[in-house]
Design a protein around this ligand. Structure first.
Ligand SMILES: Nc1ncnc2c1ncn2[C@@H]1O[C@H](COP(=O)(O)OP(=O)(O)O)[C@@H](O)[C@H]1O
Ligand SMILES: [Mg+2]
Length: 254
């Protein structure tokens, strides 16, 4: 029953999550439920623990307390093959697009496939690579090197590399960081596209208000180690809380 695919199925459940590094109490009791097909944007200033949260969700970091259940799995308990299988279902697109500079775009995209999926024919691999590039609108770059692409194109290739394993859940860490506003809009559109075409559930970690507003059905505002507000963008930012207004207004400060 827990893995039934009803539209209201909860696919991510985080309860009472805590994480400290020495005296630095980063996450102080995070709660969040995400339904299948939903996109949730997590907003917070830099250094507030957004990447730590995503790393705990894929088992790269252990929490101090609390529970994270993703696709019915208690993430902290996963080991070895189970963890590998889990990471195929939960795509994680890193903050830096983390492409291998010495490999062509084709080789960068083949890498996760060859590592994670056994017994693929040359033809299967070629098809998957072509499809992933088409999905991000960059078919023409297949034989180029990462250094020949723009920042926005590299981000899209990074996303394609995650999509190639057809994940059920996509976790985007700062997908628009370091991009100009127009390129950021392209990435936001791509995130929405991926959601429509794959039916993926996504968490989009960002400090970019436009990104949060355009990609999130809900936004979760990370303040002082907790999700202080979770809800539709306009509702969250209608709040008079000084910290929320300060975050909202930061882009107008010169
Ligand atoms: N492995 C680690 N060891 C020690 N401190 C860490 C570690 N990972 C993150 N931190 C600290 O936790 C805080 C939150 O980090 P992070 O989640 O990367 O912030 P952001 O919200 O910008 O993604 C930062 O102060 C960071 O220095
Ligand atoms: Mg981060």
């Amino acid at each position: 029953m827990s893995k039934a695919t009803t539209p209201t199925e909860t696919v991510i459940s985080i309860k009472g999550l805590r994480k400290s590094f020495g005296n630095l109490h980063v996450l102080r009791g995070i709660d969040l439920e995400v339904k299948r097909g939903e996109n949730v944007a997590v907003l917070g200033r830099s250094g507030t623990g957004k990447s730590v949260l995503i790393k705990i969700m894929v088992g790269l970091l252990k929490p101090d307390a609390g529970k994270v259940v993703v696709l019915g799995e208690d993430v902290e308990q996963l080991r070895g093959k189970e963890l590998d299988a889990f990471r195929q279902k939960v795509g994680f697109s890193f903050q830096s697009s983390a492409l291998y500079d010495s490999m062509s775009i084709r080789e960068n995209l083949e890498f996760p496939l060859v590592r994670n999926v056994r017994n693929l024919s040359r033809e299967d691999i070629d098809k998957a690579v072509e499809k992933a590039l088409e999905d991000v609108g960059l078919s023409q770059t297949i034989n180029q090197m990462p250094s020949e692409l723009s920042g926005g194109q590299r981000k899209r290739i990074g996303i394609a590399r995650t999509l190639i394993l057809k994940p059920e859940i996509m976790l985007y860490d700062e997908p628009t960081a370091g991009l100009d506003p127009i390129t950021s809009v392209e990435i936001n559109n791509l995130i929405n596209d991926v959601r429509e075409r794959l039916g993926a559930t996504s968490i989009i970690i960002t400090h970019d208000l436009t990104c949060a507003k355009t990609t999130g059905d809900r936004v979760a505002m990370l303040l002082d180690g907790k999700f202080e507000r979770v809800g539709p963008f306009d509702e969250v930012f209608a709040d008079k809380d000084e910290r929320i207004q300060q975050f909202y207004n930061y882009k107008f400060v010169d």
